[in-house]
Design a protein around this ligand. Sequence first.
Ligand code: GRF
Length: 189
Amino acid sequence: MKKLVIFASGSGSNFQAIIDAIARNELEAQIAGLITNRDETGAAGRAISNNIPVTVIKDSDPVMLNEKLEAQLSAWNPDLIILAGFLNKIPDKIVRKYHGRIINIHPSLLPKYGGKGFYGRKVHQAVLNSDDKITGCTVHYVNDEYDKGDIIEQSHVEIHPTDTAEKLAARVLKAEHQLLPRVIKKLLT
Ligand code: GRF
């Protein structure tokens, strides 16, 4: 059975989409654990409710951070690492070690509206401030630059004239919940 490790520090709805896809037998994989960098996140609550091990790693010292992440990842030995709402940069050493096995989901059609500072509501507000008619979400490999790794797959979402950043975010998030398990399945087979 292929093993997944999820990094998430938000509400964890994408994490939940992975849990659900496994429960529905749409995805043949096991979630070895969740790594989060904040106490009491929605993601951690979902891990606990689903009996998935969760570790909080929030060291500000980069050496300690790297050491703890590496130790936890070695213990869980994942085939694929999924960043699903994890804002901190993954240390370069780990990106190199797991090259081609770390993916991230981003709520825009990268390379548009990506990079440092483009997260959450800011992404969707920037989309609404533009002339774009279409937005969406992207799953890409993680490299040493924010949101710059090779794109694996994207989903498109229409922008409506009455959209607010919140309405658009909710519609993009629904698309993310479809896209992420589908890409994981593709990468595991
Ligand atoms: C998603 O929009 C994802 O694209 C971004 O962070 C958000 C996480 O949402 N990287 P959730 O915690 O999965 O609900």
